[in-house]
Ligand binder design. Structure first.
Ligand code: IMP
Length: 503
């Protein structure tokens, strides 16, 4: 079993793990790896839009809300769902039922009493917005995340604690729904009814023909959820603050910096701040309390789920359309492109080959993830918000790839555009990405091409044993993006981690 190199955590009391891309970079594996070291493992952002696969007793489960460290619960570690999380009690209760069924305990799980509550009206609003044909689709996961945060900032949100107090639950809910009903009255009632029939919305249990949402049914259900979870609901902000400097705290990021509401490729982002700053805040502590951050970088390809610019996408618009088509599934793709390989001449098919080699299908949505080459301008940008300590993951996915492209800069090819005092003209070179959609969509990647190593790396244990081409590529990326690479991952298992000798 790979041990955590002691030098990585010298003097560290609080460690954060965040993704530097658009999520799905293999963060869960490293949260699990460092959970062994930690006393407390806390989430501070996102919600059931995230998904991690956990294997229990040979069975594979996809969990959305329980922190990845829950499997270490029996070792007395505390798992925290922090105040910044968009919390859907229905989903957590389902996940806890699975853990119970598998004979696992979750006594050490704590839920922030002030976490934002996700309710059926949020899922309804999310799905209504996504069903519009006016080009405003984000390609969300449909879990109500955006609308729950919107309510928080609009000061009409509910919190986890409201489930414990029926009177205030009713008062706040009435206020919350009053605004929504005004909006809903202008929308297609049949569509509303249809969405309300979705299993994530209680299969119609909360639908009311004239009011759209049935207050009484919602209150009763959330009261019951509150009773079920009562013993887990705590002041986790205080718990975390008390632990700073005394206990080992691991902050588990969700999604990735390029999906951050504050720093990501807006508006094609999620609704929480996935940077270290957002993560610390959502866990109830300050960023300066974080002693070390490891940014996860999937290499040497990237993925994105949903809409939004992706300059290095393999297969370009054709790939984006295919992956974003609700009818595209993993099975259909396998049937139509049985021979897609990482070396296909047709870029669209090559993208499918890489997706298949990397199992790049959404854990939450099952959607195929769009695939592209590693984009250094975007990475250089993300590192501003994660720092330069990095873990490279999924290196083995391109083991059989004969030629690898790395995007080292962009050529801006759009109309004149001003960013503050900076002026972009056609032909401008960008070494660091500017995440404005108006810029990104005109960025043409400039690639450096490398020959692949065409050898299986998944059993390799040391950097020195890796094929020369791969070592050179790792050092090239480290140099180009000023990365301090500490660990490499060459497969999904815990054993498939290589520690860099000097960092
Ligand atoms: P939302 O978070 O469901 O509102 O979705 C907003 C955007 O973030 C969409 O493009 C989603 O595909 C993306 N997104 C949300 N969660 C994840 C994730 O865990 N992995 C990858 N993309 C995500």
């Amino acid at each position: 079993m790979t041990l955590i190199p002691a030098r990585l955590l010298n003097g560290v009391s609080t460690l954060a793990i965040v993704c530097t891309q658009w999520g799905d970079t293999g963060k869960g594996k490293f949260v699990d790896f460092f959970a062994e070291w930690a006393d407390i493992i806390a989430r501070g952002t996102g919600g059931a839009n995230a998904g991690h696969t956990i294997v229990i007793g040979g069975k594979t489960y996809v969990f959305h809300l329980v922190p990845s460290g829950i499997l270490h619960d029996s070792a007395g570690k505390i798992n925290v769902i922090g105040n910044g999380v968009a919390f859907d009690p229905r989903i957590l209760i389902e996940e806890l039922a699975i853990l119970t069924q598998e004979g696992m305990s979750f006594n050490n799980l704590s839920i922030a009493h002030n976490a934002r509550l996700v309710m059926p009206q949020h899922i309804l609003m999310d799905r209504l917005r996504e069903s519009s044909r006016d080009g405003s689709r984000i390609g969300t996961t449909g879990r109500g995340i955006g609308p729950a945060y919107v309510d928080h900032y609009a000061r009409v949100g509910l919190t986890v604690n409201d489930m414990l107090n029926v009177d205030s639950l009713r008062r706040k809910l009435e206020r919350n729904l009053a605004e929504k009903r005004k909006l809903l009255a202008h929308l297609d009632p049949l569509l509303i009814q249809q969405i309300m029939g979705h299993p994530h919305l209680g299969s119609g249990a909360f639908y009311h023909p004239s009011k759209f949402l049935d207050d009484d049914a919602l209150i009763e259900q959330y009261r019951v959820y509150g009773q079920t979870l009562r013993l887990l609901i705590k002041d986790t902000d205080q718990m975390l603050r008390d632990a700073i400097g005394k206990k080992r705290v691991l902050l588990e990021g969700a999604q990735g910096i390029l999906l951050s509401i504050d720093y990501g490729t807006y508006p094609f982002v999620t609704a929480s701040d996935c940077s270290v700053q957002g993560l610390a805040r959502g866990a109830g502590i300050r960023e300066r309390h974080v002693d070390r951050t490891f940014g996860i970088v999937k290499a040497f390809y990237m993925t994105r789920v949903g809409e939004g610019p992706f300059p290095t996408e393999i297969g370009g618009d054709e790939s984006a359309r295919w992956c974003n088509d609700p009818l595209t599934t993993k099975d259909i793709e396998a049937k139509l492109f049985p021979n897609a390989s990482v070396n296909s001449d047709d870029p669209f098919v090559q993208g499918i080959g890489i997706r298949r080699a990397g199992y790049e299908y959404g854990a939450t949505t099952r959607r195929p993830r769009r695939t592209g080459w590693l984009d250094l301008p975007l990475l250089r940008y993300s590192l501003r918000y994660s720092g330069h300590d990095a873990i490279l993951t999924k290196l083995d996915v391109l083991d059989q790839c004969e030629m690898i492209r790395i995007c080292t800069s962009y050529r801006y090819d759009g109309p004149r555009y001003h960013i503050g005092e900076q002026q972009l003209d056609p032909g401008t070179t960008l070494r660091v990405a500017i995440p404005h959609t108006e810029v990104m969509r005109y960025c043409i990647p400039r690639y450096q091409i490398f020959s692949g190593w065409c050898r299986n790396t998944s059993d390799i244990k040391t950097f020195g044993e890796l094929p020369t081409q791969l070592r050179e590529l790792i050092l090239f990326v480290a140099r180009e993006a000023e990365l301090n690479i500490v660990l490499l991952s060459v497969g999904p298992d815990r054993e498939q981690i290589i520690a860099m000798e000097t960092n």
